[in-house]
Design a protein around this ligand. Structure first.
Ligand SMILES: N[C@@H](CCC(=O)N[C@@H](CS)C(=O)NCC(=O)O)C(=O)O
Length: 222
């Protein structure tokens, strides 16, 4: 049994506390929080940075993945899609989850699609050693390449099934645009889309230019 204690939950009057680092998926939560006008404090933490608060992150999220969020009510939220859903439901006026039930259904579907079929492949591409018992570098590289191939295929499917009308979330941008614009940054996805789905790439660039997105994006990828 662990003898360590979890970091104290923020009191009700304190803002959201986001565990994350620059150039990572914590940008998804930051855009969502900004979108909903919610103040937040960032704790510098990631599994791959020794000089970050890895122990605090581990206690909140045994996967040690970011974004990990402590709500003002003291709940721990992990999983980017769940964080965006939480924000969309908690602050409906911000419009993260669309303006109709039909739109909301497609946004939820798209968020789960990206989490299940794209973000998961990025993890395999980044850490192929976790997904094979082989210690051979060539075998691990084969796992990485397989994940990237699958990832790019999944983005093609996403682009075909979630056309921008004119945004991924409907007539106004929302949670699905936020998730797509960040998760598509990794593992060679954008160069692949440039060749195979150029219109979809142009849509991602439009999303990236939205003021609510651009501010956070510039801090993460200066
Ligand atoms: N399923 C998670 C995945 C989050 C994730 O993989 N985050 C990356 C950073 S972009 C991470 O923390 N990776 C570190 C690790 O897996 O050790 C989500 O959708 O938020």
């Amino acid at each position: 049994m662990s003898t360590t204690t979890a970091p104290p939950a923020p009191a009700d009057s304190t803002p959201y506390v986001l565990y994350g680092t620059k150039g990572s998926g914590s940008a998804i939560a930051e855009i969502g929080l900004t979108w909903c006008g919610q103040p937040y404090r960032v704790v510098h933490a990631s599994s791959w940075e020794d000089d970050s608060d890895r122990e605090a992150l581990r206690q909140l999220n045994p996967l040690m993945q970011i974004p990990t969020l402590h709500t003002p009510q003291g709940e721990v939220l992990t999983e980017s899609a769940a964080i965006l859903m939480h924000l969309g439901l908690r602050f409906p006026a911000a419009g993260l989850l669309g303006r109709s039930e039909a739109q909301r259904d497609q946004i939820l579907r798209g968020l789960v699609f990206i989490a299940a079929n794209c973000y998961s492949q990025v993890t395999i591409s980044d850490y192929p050693e976790r997904f094979t018992t082989s210690e051979q570098q060539a075998e691990r590289e084969a796992v990485r390449q397989g994940a990237r191939h699958r990832l790019h295929l999944h983005w093609e499917m996403f682009a075909d099934q979630f056309p921008g009308r004119p945004w991924l979330s409907g007539e106004a941008p929302g949670a699905l645009d936020v998730m797509a614009v960040i998760v598509s940054k990794w593992s060679g996805t954008r160069p692949h889309l440039e060749q195979h789905r150029p219109e979809f790439l142009a849509l991602l660039k439009r999303i990236e230019a939205l003021p609510l997105v651009a501010g956070v994006h510039a801090r993460h990828w200066p």
